[in-house]
Design a protein around this ligand. Structure first.
Ligand code: GLY
Ligand code: MN
Ligand code: MN
Length: 443
């Protein structure tokens, strides 16, 4: 088996005999070291005076926690700044002077195991492979946890005379770093949101691939859906397609709702058998290389929309297109949402009489998307090239068992917008044509 990404091959060649992990052997490949270094420099530049701590994830128990959620997934901020997967790692950013390009980033990882671990997949530890993948000249060895903890890696002594919970030795390490510099702790969320809201080239590479895989899965569902199938069968087709293309997991629990279930925004049961007159609303996307798309399509199980379904569909589509057309640097998400609701109101005709259809548009238009499906970042800020967000209008009429949502991942470009999920058919005519093709192909 060969590694597929060779952008840091010269560095990695030096450590070829060591297990290299941290996405280096995952479908997404490694994050280029130069980008990791640029992100850490931006962190120091952006953070106020103080000490900021980013903890890696912990390994979950396959006995005490639900197995389907228990594969190791790195903390987003930790992965963003290091490019590695390393349980219980700790990144400490020290900034003695706000706005300065000085400061320091320290990385603490567990020591390399003395011998091969026959039970667990290998992860990056404090060795030369870790240095090569992160681009850090030094990685410090993290003081060992005294015993494993569930629910976090720091805990206060418990009240009521019970035995004191183990204390993570990293807490005192960070406390002494802060005390030595006369610094206080800086919360990470705002700073990391400011950094992560504009995606760099490697982030966009990952999000594009997650979007392509997600679109392919929606195409499969359209081609292979037949009335009478159960929602879980359609969900299986979608999630199989994600995994077949190297997606590590779903970006969020798949929503596969037919008939009246199409009107439940976060329907996650997938237990109903479909009927010929149903619409099917699928809101599902793949996570690939730590980035997730967010993609919704609505289609008729019969292969042809009824006139009523089509009229509602076209109104949602027109609303979405108006919002995409309005996207460009300088505008805000709030302005685009106002414009979209106005479009829906003005084009409702008597479709939702009495009144217009906006009363059935019961959620927001957009959110940031990236490593998290609802990604971090400030919402008041005007759009800039490299930002990625969803545009997802919907109309949900439970009394008619009719819910329609159309959702795409939109990249802000220098002049406007690029739809990263456009490979999933979006117009009613495109959807019906693909469904007809699926039937002709006998699938
Ligand atoms: N998939 C969840 C959302 O669209 O926000
Ligand atoms: Mn969304
Ligand atoms: Mn969605």
């Amino acid at each position: 088996m060969t590694r597929t990404v060779v952008s840091v091959s010269a560095v990695l060649a030096l450590t070829a005999s060591l297990p290299l992990v941290g996405q280096s052997d995952a479908p997404g490949g490694p994050v280029p070291v130069a980008l990791l270094q640029a992100r850490r420099a931006a962190l120091l530049q952006t953070m106020p005076r103080g000490v900021l701590v980013i903890n890696a994830s912990r390994i979950r128990s396959i006995e005490g926690e639900y197995p389907q959620d228990s594969d190791y997934r790195e903390d987003n901020d930790f992965f963003y700044l290091t490019g590695i997967e390393s349980p219980n790692g700790v990144l400490v950013a020290i900034q003695p002077d706000s706005g300065s390009s000085g400061g320091e980033v320290l990385l603490y990882l567990t020591a390399a195991p003395p011998k091969r671990d026959a039970w667990s997949a290998s992860r990056t530890s404090a060795d030369s492979a870790g240095r090569a993948l992160t681009g850090l000249a030094e990685i410090r060895i993290r003081p060992a946890m005294r015993r494993s903890l569930v629910g976090g890696n720091s805990a206060a002594p418990q009240a009521g005379g019970q035995a004191a919970a183990p204390v993570d030795p990293m807490v005192s390490v960070v406390d002494s770093i802060a005390a030595a510099g006369g610094l206080s702790r800086v919360p990470s969320r705002t700073v990391m949101g400011m950094l992560r809201v504009v995606k760099d080239s490697d982030e966009l590479r990952r999000l594009r691939r997650a979007s392509e895989i997600s679109a392919e899965a929606h195409r499969e569902a359209m081609k292979r859906s037949r009335p009478g199938m159960w929602e879980y069968e359609v969900e299986a087709l979608v999630e199989y397609t994600f995994r077949r293309h190297g997606a590590e997991r779903v970006g969020y629990p798949s929503i596969v709702g037919s008939g009246v279930n199409s009107t439940i925004l976060h329907y996650d049961l997938s237990r109903r058998q479909t009927n010929p007159g149903d619409v099917m609303l699928i809101d599902a996307a793949a996570e690939w290389g730590y980035f997730t798309a967010d993609l919704t399509r609505t289609y008729p199980m019969s292969g042809r929309f009824t006139p009523r379904q089509r009229a509602i569909y076209d109104l949602v589509l027109g609303t979405q297109q108006a919002a995409i057309d309005a996207t460009r640097p300088g505008v805000t998400i709030a302005e685009i949402q106002t414009l979209a609701r106005a479009y829906m109101k003005d084009h409702s005709g008597d479709l939702c009489a009495p009144g217009d259809c906006t009363r059935y548009f019961i959620h927001g238009l957009s959110h940031w998307v990236g490593m998290d499906v609802h990604d971090v970042g400030p919402y008041f800020t005007p759009l800039k090239p490299g930002m990625t967000f969803t545009i997802e209008p919907g109309i949900y009429i439970p009394g008619e068992a009719l819910g329609v949502r159309i959702e795409d991942v939109i990249l802000v470009t220098a002049t406007g917008a690029e739809n990263l999920t456009k490979a999933a058919p979006r117009t009613a005519a495109e959807i019906e044509a693909l469904m007809a093709e699926g039937r002709r192909g006998g699938r």
